[in-house]
Design a protein around this ligand. Structure first.
Ligand code: HEC
Ligand code: HEC
Ligand code: HEC
Ligand code: HEC
Ligand code: HEC
Ligand code: HEC
Ligand code: HEC
Ligand code: HEC
Ligand code: HEC
Length: 369
C-alpha cells in the first residue's frame, strides 16, 4: 500500500515538473504541499482547516476526484482521501504502539475507535480540529481501574497492577519508554508471591497456556482431581506437581497403595491421615507455603530417607515411600510378636482366636478379645 503511494507520488512529482510551474508563480499551493516534512504539507493544511474537506472540494471536486483543479486526490490515495489508512496506514508505530500490535492488542482496547473519519471527537469536535493528544479510552481488557495519566498506564490489569499478589516490577509502564523488558517478572513474579516459593512446578501444571494469558482473568485448575495433581480418578498423585507418574518419584511414591490398599490389611487411608486437606484451592496453607507438600507432623515424615519415622502403622519397620515390595504379615510386626502373650509356635491360623476383630487391623489400637 505504502509502496503504491510512493510510486504514485513519484509519478505526480514528474508531472509537476512543468516549465510554467513555480517559475511563473501560477501554482495555487505552496511548494511544500507534498513534502511531509514541510509546514505546508497538505495533511497539516487539512488540520489547520479543521479537517474540513469541503475546502478542498471547492477546487478538487465534490468527490475530491479532480474538479477544476484537475488533480484527483484518489490518484495518490486510491482508497480515498478520508480512508482510515490514508492517515493511519496500518496503524501508528509511535511509542509502545508497535509492541502492542505485535501482541495482538486491538486499537479498541485503548481508544474509542471511530466508525467513520468524521465521528465527533475523533479528529473534529464541534466543527473544530480535535486538539492533540489522542484520547485514551480503555476497553474491557484493561479493567475498571485502568488510568492513563502522566504518560503512564496505571491500574491496568494487563500489566499485573490489579493482581491480588502479583509481585511484578513494572506494573505502571510509561507509554514512551523504549526497551521495556518483556520478561515475565515485569508484570508478575514467576511464580507470584502467593505461590510455593521452593522447587517450582511448571506453570502449566496448574494454568492453561495460550490465548487466555493477559485476558484480564486468572485462569487456573479448580478441580482437585487432576487439576494440578492426581488424575480424574484420584486427587492424589500420580501425576505429581512436576508431572511425574512413577512411584519412584517422591511426589508420587506409595500414594495409591495407601488410598486403595489391595492387600486387605485395612481399608482406604484418607488424605487427612497424612495431610491437612484444604477446603478450596486457595485455602491458607495449601498453595501459599513453600514446597514440598507438608505431611502431618505425627507421622515423623523424613524426606531424606523417604520414610515415616514415628507412624504407628508400620510398627518398627520403616518402609521407604518410593520403594515397592508388598507388605506381608511379618513386615511390620512379628508373627507373632515376641511379647509374653505369644509364643513362637503360634501359627498364623491361631491369631484370630485371640484377635477376632481383624476388621480393626491397623487402626492404631491393639484389639484383643
Ligand atoms: C483554490 C483551488 C484549490 C483549493 C481550495 C485546493 N486546491 Fe489543491 N490544487 C489546486 C490546483 C490548481 C492544483 C494543481 C497544482 C497547483 O496548481 O498547485 C492542486 C494540487 C493539489 C495537490 C497536488 C500537488 C502537486 O504538486 O501535485 C494536492 C496534494 C492538493 N492540491 C491538496 C489540496 C488539499 C488537501 C486541499 C484542501 C485543504 C486543497 N488542495 C485545496 C487547487 C486547489
Ligand atoms: C501527488 C500525490 C498526492 C495527491 C494528489 C494528494 N495527496 Fe494526500 N498525501 C500524499 C502523500 C505522499 C501523503 C503522505 C503519506 C504518508 O505519510 O505516508 C499524503 C497524505 C495525506 C493525508 C494524511 C495526512 C496525515 O497527516 O497523515 C490526507 C488526509 C491527504 N493526504 C489528503 C489528500 C487530499 C484531500 C487530497 C486531494 C485534495 C490529496 N491528499 C491529494 C500524496 C498526495
Ligand atoms: C484525515 C485523517 C484521518 C482519518 C481519515 C482517520 N483518522 Fe484517526 N486520527 C487522525 C488523527 C490526526 C488522530 C489524532 C487525534 C488527536 O490527537 O486527538 C486520530 C486518532 C485516531 C484514533 C485514536 C483515538 C482518537 O480518537 O484520538 C483512532 C483509534 C483512530 N484515529 C482510528 C481511525 C479509524 C478507524 C479511521 C477510519 C474510520 C480513522 N481513524 C480515520 C486522523 C485520521
Ligand atoms: C495499549 C494501548 C494502545 C493501543 C492498543 C493503541 N493505542 Fe494509540 N495511543 C495510545 C496512547 C497511550 C497514546 C498517547 C496518548 C497521549 O500522548 O496522551 C496513543 C496515541 C495515538 C495516536 C496519536 C498519534 C500518536 O502516534 O501518538 C493515534 C493516531 C493513535 N494512538 C491511534 C491508534 C490506532 C489507530 C490504534 C490501533 C491500530 C492504536 N492507536 C492502538 C495507546 C494505544
Ligand atoms: C500448584 C499449582 C500452581 C502452579 C504450579 C502455578 N500456579 Fe499460578 N496460580 C495457581 C492458583 C490456584 C492461582 C489462583 C490463586 C492465587 O492467586 O493464589 C494462581 C494465580 C496466579 C497468578 C495471579 C496471581 C494474583 O496475585 O492474582 C499468576 C500471575 C500466576 N498464578 C502465575 C504463575 C506462574 C508464572 C507460574 C509458574 C512459574 C505459576 N503461576 C505456577 C496455581 C498454580
Ligand atoms: C505484559 C505483562 C505480562 C507479562 C510480560 C507476562 N505476564 Fe503472565 N500474566 C499477566 C497478567 C496480567 C496475568 C493475569 C491473568 C490474565 O490476565 O490472563 C498473567 C497471568 C499469568 C499466568 C496465570 C494463568 C492465566 O493466564 O491466567 C501464568 C501461568 C503466566 N501469567 C505466566 C507468564 C509467563 C511464563 C510469562 C513470561 C514468559 C508471563 N506470564 C509474562 C501479565 C503478564
Ligand atoms: C500415607 C500418607 C499419605 C496419604 C494418605 C496421602 N499422601 Fe499425599 N503425600 C504424602 C507424602 C509422604 C508426600 C511427599 C511429601 C514430600 O515430597 O516431602 C505427599 C505429597 C503429596 C503431594 C505433593 C506432590 C508433589 O509433587 O510434591 C500432593 C499433591 C499430595 N500428596 C496429595 C494427596 C492427596 C490429594 C491425598 C488424598 C487423596 C493424599 N496426598 C494422601 C503422603 C500421603
Ligand atoms: C503395614 C504394617 C502391617 C502389616 C503388613 C501387617 N500388620 Fe498387623 N498390625 C499392624 C499394626 C500397626 C498393628 C497394631 C494395632 C493396630 O493398629 O491395629 C497390628 C496389629 C495386628 C494384630 C493385633 C490385632 C489388632 O488388629 O490390633 C494382628 C492379629 C495382626 N496385626 C495380624 C496381622 C496379619 C495376620 C498380617 C498379614 C495378613 C498383618 N498383621 C500385617 C501393622 C501391620
Ligand atoms: C493366646 C492369645 C493370643 C494369640 C493366639 C495371639 N495373640 Fe497377639 N496378642 C495377645 C495379647 C493378650 C496381646 C496384648 C499384650 C501384648 O502386647 O503382648 C497381643 C498383642 C498383639 C500385638 C501387638 C503387639 C504390641 O507390641 O503392641 C500384635 C501385633 C499381635 N498380638 C499379633 C498377633 C499375631 C500376628 C498372632 C498370630 C500369629 C497373634 N497375635 C496371636 C494375645 C494373642
Amino acid at each position: 500500500m505504502r509502496l503504491l503511494v510512493l510510486l504514485a507520488l513519484a509519478a505526480c512529482a514528474e508531472e509537476r515538473d512543468r516549465p510554467d510551474a513555480g517559475a511563473t508563480g501560477a501554482r495555487v499551493h505552496p511548494l511544500g504541499i507534498l513534502d511531509t516534512a514541510s509546514d505546508e504539507f497538505h495533511g497539516k493544511e487539512l488540520a489547520r482547516q479543521d479537517y474540513d474537506f469541503g475546502v478542498c472540494a471547492k477546487c478538487h471536486g465534490d468527490q475530491l476526484d479532480g474538479g477544476t483543479a484537475k488533480v484527483s486526490c484518489t490518484s495518490c490515495h486510491p482508497g480515498g482521501a478520508t480512508a482510515c489508512t490514508t492517515c493511519h496506514q496500518d496503524g501508528p508505530k509511535t511509542s509502545a504502539h508497535l509492541a502492542h500490535r505485535t501482541g495482538g492488542v486491538a486499537c479498541a482496547e485503548c481508544h474509542r475507535v471511530p466508525s467513520v473519519w468524521d465521528d465527533e471527537g475523533h479528529i473534529r469536535s464541534g466543527g473544530k480540529a480535535d486538539p492533540a493528544p489522542a484520547e485514551v479510552t480503555f476497553g474491557t481488557r484493561a479493567g475498571g481501574a485502568a488510568m492513563f495519566d502522566g504518560g503512564r498506564c496505571s491500574g491496568v490489569a494487563c500489566h499485573g497492577a490489579t493482581l491480588a499478589a502479583g509481585g511484578g516490577t513494572n506494573t505502571a509502564p510509561r507509554w514512551t519508554d523504549t526497551g521495556i523488558s518483556g520478561a515475565c517478572t515485569a508484570c508478575h513474579a514467576a511464580p507470584p508471591p502467593s505461590h510455593p516459593q521452593g522447587t517450582q512446578s511448571p506453570c502449566a501444571s496448574c494454568h492453561p497456556t495460550g490465548a487466555s494469558h493477559i485476558d484480564g482473568t486468572v485462569e487456573y485448575a479448580t478441580s482437585c482431581n487432576g487439576g494440578c495433581h492426581g488424575s480424574a480418578a484420584s486427587a492424589a498423585p500420580p501425576r505429581d506437581l512436576a508431572g511425574n507418574t512413577s512411584t519412584t518419584a517422591l511426589g508420587v511414591g506409595a500414594h495409591q497403595v495407601h488410598l486403595n490398599p489391595t492387600s486387605g490389611l485395612r481399608g482406604p487411608i484418607a488424605c487427612t491421615t497424612c495431610h491437612a486437606v484444604p477446603s478450596s484451592v486457595t485455602s491458607p496453607g495449601h498453595l501459599d507455603t513453600t514446597t514440598p507438600a507438608e505431611v502431618v507432623a505425627a507421622l515423623g515424615w523424613d524426606r531424606a530417607s523417604a520414610t515415616c519415622t514415628t507412624s504407628y502403622c508400620h510398627g518398627p519397620a520403616r518402609p521407604v515411600w518410593t520403594q515397592q515390595g508388598g507388605a506381608t504379615c511379618g513386615s511390620c510386626h512379628g508373627l507373632p510378636p515376641a511379647t509374653p502373650s505369644h509364643d513362637a509356635s503360634m501359627p498364623l491360623s491361631s491369631c484370630v482366636t485371640c484377635h477376632s476383630q481383624w476388621n480393626q487391623h491397623l487402626d492404631g489400637d491393639v484389639d484383643v478379645d
